[in-house]
Design a protein around this ligand. Structure first.
Ligand code: 3HC
Length: 315
């Protein structure tokens, strides 16, 4: 197909379910939308290390500690893939990091909740990573090539994250009465903030309509949330734990679970910085950035020196 205009070429690639690559022409708003979503996704991965990182030094056994270390380390790698994929859109790592550190860029609200007991580590793996998988499997089909490819590898690792979390919950739910109560308490505290991870209702979503047109988003917020609820209720039943929603009920006609109203005021408060841990999360990122500056400086000067000497050798 020959196109006289770049827009026609772009539209045809989207229509044909092919991928837009960094070298392709793309509408500026498409690029900016991707920079927004991908950088916030990357921030979420990196900030998401903090709640669980809180338990690495307090894991109940060496085996649990090793598993948790590996998981938290994976999240850093996910952030790396996503920052690198976002850089193909012409935005620098510094810019993205600065937007996070000054509080301009968002990250997933779920990471502003405290991890009070070891069961929270299980609930995060089972619920938060479980929700992330539902969202990220859909994103494997996103129209931007580097983003879609980053998702494929991330999803493989998320499956391990979700299983290790579910296994923690299983051990606790089958343990002593106190352990089962700890697991139930964690489910009670993480259930509703996890449903918020999928974003506002479709009717309130500022970006969904255009993101769906551009096939950045392949399924809507509500569609993915419903998919997560439908699959997770059975898992909770298997654990013998109760989902903290008195309106949760199977709807034969819809073929889905009906569930209760989400507290969007809490969601908006947390997204705007009013959550229990927002300040601590940003403080931790700012400290890491400041204390890690010498590593960046050393790497940059090494790179400059070696790339210069390489040029001298060739010349
Ligand atoms: N936390 C914080 N902000 C949120 C949010 C949440 N859970 N859900 C939505 N928002 C924000 C959006 O960013 C948007 O604000 P912006 O325009 O300033 O960016 C606003 O609320 C309206 O939401 P929309 O539905 O219009 O926004 P999107 O179309 O971008 O949809 C999304 C929101 C579904 C989160 C989408 O951005 C997305 O799929 N992002 C990629 C996945 C992602 O970021 N997941 C975060 C968790 S990563 C994770 O869990 C790691 C795992 O390993 C633990």
């Amino acid at each position: 197909m020959i196109f006289t205009d770049e827009q026609g070429q772009f539209d045809a690639i989207i229509e044909a379910e092919e991928k837009i690559e960094p070298r392709d022409w793309m509408p500026e708003k498409y690029r900016l939308n991707l920079v927004r979503q991908m950088s916030q996704h990357a921030h979420s991965e990196v900030v998401g290390q903090l709640p669980e990182g809180n338990w690495i030094g307090r894991a109940p056994t060496l085996r649990r500690k090793a598993i948790l270390l590996s998981k938290v380390q994976d999240e850093a790698g996910h952030g790396l893939y996503l920052y690198s994929a976002a850089e193909t859109l012409g935005v620098s790592r510094e810019e993205m990091m600065n937007d996070l550190l000054i509080g301009k860029a968002k990250y997933a609200s779920i990471f502003n909740y405290p991890t009070l007991t070891w069961a929270d580590v299980g609930a995060i793996g089972w619920l938060v990573d479980g929700a992330a998988i539902v969202n990220q499997i859909s994103l494997c089909r996103t129209s931007y090539g580097p983003y879609a490819r980053a998702m494929v590898k991330i999803c493989k690792e998320e499956s391990f994250h979700m299983r290790q979390g579910y296994e923690i919950m299983q051990v606790l739910a089958c343990g002593s009465a106190a352990q089962k109560a700890m697991a139930q308490d964690a489910l009670n505290r993480w259930w509703w903030p996890t449903l918020m991870m999928f974003g506002p209702h479709d009717s309130e979503s500022a970006n969904s309509q255009q993101s769906m047109k551009w096939k950045i988003k392949r399924q809507s917020n509500d569609e993915l949330r419903q998919k997560f609820v439908d699959q997770t209720v059975k898992q909770a039943d298997h654990l013998g734990l109760a989902i903290p929603d008195q309106d949760l009920k199977w709807n034969e006609e819809r073929g889905h679970y009906d569930f209760g109203p989400i507290d969007w005021e809490e969601f908006a408060r947390v997204v705007k910085g009013g959550g229990l841990c927002n300040d601590a999360r940003l403080e931790a990122r700012r400290t890491a950035n400041d204390e890690g500056q010498w590593v960046k400086d050393a790497l940059m000067s090494y790179a400059e020196k070696h790339s210069k000497s390489d040029v001298d050798q060739v010349a």
